[in-house]
Design a protein around this ligand. Sequence first.
Ligand code: F6R
Length: 611
Amino acid sequence: MCGIIGVVGRGEVQSSLLDALKRMEYRGYDSAGICVRNSGFLTCRKEAGKLFNLEQSLAKSPLAGSAGIGHTRWATHGIPSRENAHPHLGAGVAVVHNGIIENHESLRKKLIADGVNFQSETDSEVIPLLLSTELGAAEFGTVEMAEAWQCTVEQLEGTYAIVALRAKGDDCLWFARRGSPLLLGRGAAGVYAASDALALAGLADEVLYLEDGDIGCISLSNVEIHQHGAQVERCWQSMPVSEQSSGKAGFDHFMQKEIFEQPRVIADILNAYVQGVDITFPEASLLDDAVLPNRIVMVACGTSYHAALTARYWLERYLQVSVEVDVASEYRYRNPVIGPDTWLITLSQSGETADTLEALRLFKSNTPDNLALTLCNVPESSLARESDGTIPLLAGVEVGVASTKAYTAQLAVLALLVLKIAYECRVMSEADTKRHLAAMRQVVDGMHVLLGHADQVQALTPLFDDIHGALFLGRGPCFPLALEGALKLKEISYLHAEGYAAGEMKHGPIALIDSRLPVVVLAARKYHLQKVLSNLREVQARGAKVILLTDMADQDIPDNVDAVIPLPEGDSFTTPLFAAIPLQFLAYYVARSRGTDVDQPRNLAKSVTVE
Ligand code: F6R
């Protein structure tokens, strides 16, 4: 979702602003703009659509200046248009905002009654207009600005990360954070404020993650942060992202690169967390000697939710513990009965998903003594910082909007988590633990084999021409895989697809089946194979084309299947890890054949920081 950048530089800043906006394209956006300060004047340039449009406009007539702010907007209030794009201006101030100002209607009415004119339909525009009202027309210094800034921010309800720049009076970026991510950066060429560290790759050497409620300013010589009216110190840390790790490395798309990175990610996870039969999660040492809780609640969104659904099968089977899994947007509003002796496990690639974060806060405020653990790919994220323990996913930066390697990293870490708890709680023998760990080690080679089958999957794309939808079926831990396969296909190819528990097919979706509804069947030896094959025959009998993903021996594969994608033989933990790869390839190649924007599919955002 919206990406924010602010720069106070030692030289010209236009190119740094554009670089940072490009690195935030992955977050999802539909318009972009920058505002640069030069000799006491603020000049904005904004365009609807892709950043390319803004770049073209700036190439024709660049903006000179050594301080500026920029923004990629994901529309919430008002259509994607030049007028609604950020930055927004007040008298002598420019502002970029990520989040939602929930009381914007009442603030707008008040400002209009005071004679203030609005140029956009956005909720965000109230911020610069309030700020300039607070400042008045005069050119006050930093002290007065600090008061006006505080006063403005105090009037805002909702969520925000805001960066403001003044035309005159100081050389600062003014910032405030509540509910939306924001960090500061510093490097040889300047100081920065940005939505994520990736934006500052190649610019900053150090970053400082702001906390909710932080407000302040940064200049080349000073940084001041206040919380509840008192000045606070926050830690600078070395930049977690290098320029190199954020490129496409010769692949056509980030998603393709990230699919191919999966064996390396799994190897990194195993190397980091497994020594012999010992599984250690350094940042969640509170799990060592853990006593099994009465209940485990897992909360996440989208693809991360699908990983949690798979883990439920493992947790129930091996730990015999009661497990509840929910999407965060429902969990946080349904008055869940939490009770004592319950663990919460949240899962998130970004660690900034608004609903997941609120679910964690709800859980902790209701039962502060219960353990809240997160499996997260960004250890510096809000979710990681607010949880009692974090298990980093070690997937590296994921740029493609459609999650791939973070998903398989979640599955791998969840499998290790189950094995660790099962072994430590003595519900799994050492021999069984070793056997499962040996199977996990086979995943790296098995994934390499599957990556070698990319062409075979690509050859299936004609089966998705002229269709009215696609169905994905699986049972047991392969059911969430079916959900994930369908989600991947719909989000990047824009085809309608549904994932279903194969046994549920008769209760509705079977009515859709005809020759224009390809059905992807996930049939694993470990998970109710014969029952899945019966479902496959029912689908065939109604004329659907069937693509079978299976680890069955060749001779057992049913006749007349339109395509078979062989999976390495897995154990109960590893089959989902294998099956993920052809499903990702399928979505990727179908999307490519349809010419969609694979890495930045329409309407989607990588980091969903508003609910
Ligand atoms: C789909 C996808 C999304 C995310 C969801 C949660 O490919 O990436 O469904 O999984 O928005 O995001 P995180 O995991 O960052 O909390």
